[in-house]
Design a protein around this ligand. Structure first.
Ligand code: AMP
Ligand code: GLY
Length: 443
């Protein structure tokens, strides 16, 4: 087993990065985790220090922070620094980084590129075509063609849009009317991806990758809509759970063999090997799993329920992957039981979240045994925390099974409040409606 990196820099400041810093800082052999820029709550974890002044989108600033921290490994949390080329800059100066280069991160930053790679790799995705700004007529015709096939259509903005650039239509006529809003004012290159709508249940399968090899993290499921019953607008995610009763370990391994590894091989063939967390957003359809999207990072809130389930140390595995040595690493051991995460969001999220409100009940929630990961909070001058973003907290309950973990998460989330707080009450309550795809035993 590769040695644990003693000093690690985590880039980012959300609840996913809080979970990463918490996990890594608690592992044997780790002296300090530095988080750039981090937050007051992240910096309150034992053996974690934040460097608030660092702009995570500035490759030079991140290299400077890694040097200053004497980091043996840098782990990048969010997508934007990857797309900005932070990993390229780190590797150019000889610093070990776990995350894809700007070129490999196009898997997430361009949906058209993802479709192209998946097709070349023989990975099943929804039928789709990409259109440039001047191809409105062709795009409308394709929407109408998919609509006539009867299954509904999906319009996706090409480029990073934090889950807000996707709209799913039952009514292709309405989608035709909206095509213009995706194309107007866009420059050259793909602007819009039109996809056939797939039906089933979604699942997130994330793997640690070293450019060739992939090791699975436990499967999870995100709840993307704002309101109970999967109603309301799409968000970055309002809660998540792991494991999945309808996607067991055998199925996850099959997904790695049919999705992740072929994509890794195709990217390597193109000269852009992918090192990092490769996130496959899947639809479990009646005909088997289909890839909806690739992300080049851990999911948020998926990370908050996955990382607490790992039985062993993560740092040495990420270090081995950064050094292209995953072949020598055993599969990750997972704790028995389940984890459920509930996101607590501000009034106005996902559009214009209200900020600056004091948060009550954090200590009571932690006293319930829950983990509370901060994504959008700020330290208050007199102590305690206030809201400072859309998705403010993820409250994670653990238990012997999903119902027990869900009860623990609900109990803890019930303790926390602020004016206008929004949350769902049905995270992990039942399997979402969809095709009954039960493959393998639950992990
Ligand atoms: P994406 O950013 O591509 O993952 O899309 C965001 C969300 O839109 C997904 O999590 C799905 O809920 C939905 N979605 C995306 N593509 C499709 C599709 N082809 N069929 C049905 N739903 C989709
Ligand atoms: N929770 C979905 C994502 O992180 O993309």
């Amino acid at each position: 087993m590769t040695q644990a990196p003693a000093r690690i820099l985590v880039v980012g400041s959300g609840a996913r990065e809080h979970a990463l810093a918490w996990k890594l800082a608690g592992e044997p052999g780790v002296d300090e985790v530095v988080v750039a820029p981090g937050s007051a709550a992240i910096g309150a974890e034992p053996r974690v220090r934040c460097v608030p002044g660092v702009d995570p989108l500035d490759p030079g600033a991140v290299v400077g922070a890694a040097r200053e921290a004497a980091a043996e490994l840098v782990v990048i949390g969010p997508e934007a620094p990857l797309a900005a080329g932070v990993v390229d800059a780190l590797r150019a100066t000889g610093i070990q980084a776990f995350g894809p280069t700007q070129a490999a991160a196009r898997l997430e930053s361009s949906k058209a590129f993802c479709h192209d790679v998946a097709e070349a790799a023989g990975v099943r995705m929804a039928r789709a075509r990409a259109f440039e700004a001047n191809e409105g007529a062709a795009a409308r015709a394709y929407v109408a063609e998919l609509g006539a096939a009867g299954g509904g259509v999906v319009l996706k903005q090409d480029g990073l849009a934090a889950a807000k650039g996707v709209a799913v239509y039952d009514d292709a006529g309405l989608a035709v009317e909206h095509v213009g809003s995706y194309l107007d004012g866009r420059g050259p290159g793909p602007a819009l991806v039109v996809e056939e709508r797939l039906r089933g249940r979604e699942a997130s399968v994330i793997a640690i990758c070293d450019g060739r090899e992939a090791i699975a993290l436990p499967a999870s499921r995100d709840h993307k809509r704002l309101c109970d019953g999967d109603l309301g607008p799409n968000t970055g995610g309002m809660g998540a759970y792991s494991p999945l009763p309808d996607l067991g370990d055998d199925a996850v391994e099959r997904i790695l063999a049919t999705v992740h590894r072929p994509i890794l091989a195709e990217l390597a063939r193109r000269g852009s090997p992918f090192i990092g967390f490769l996130y496959a957003g899947l639809m479990l359809t009646e005909d088997g799993p289909a890839l909806l999207e690739c992300n080049a990072r851990l999911g948020d809130p998926e990370a908050q329920v996955i990382l607490p389930r790992l039985a062993g140390a993560l740092g040495p595995v990420l270090a081995a992957a950064a050094a292209r040595g995953l072949a020598a690493i055993a599969p990750l051991a997972v704790l028995p039981g389940a984890a459920v995460g509930i996101v607590l969001a501000s009034e106005g999220y996902p559009n214009t979240p209200k900020r600056g409100l004091p948060i009550a009940g954090l200590e009571a929630a932690e006293a319930e045994g829950a983990l509370v990961f901060h994504g959008g909070s700020i330290g208050r001058p007199g102590g305690g925390y206030g809201t400072n973003g859309g998705r403010v907290l993820t409250v994670v309950g653990r238990g012997a099974d999903l119902p027990a973990a869900r009860a623990a998460a609900e109990r803890a989330a019930d303790r926390i409040s602020w004016d206008g707080m929004q949350r769902r009450h049905d995270i992990a309550a039942a399997l979402p409606p969809g095709a009954a795809v039960v493959v393998g035993a639950a992990s």
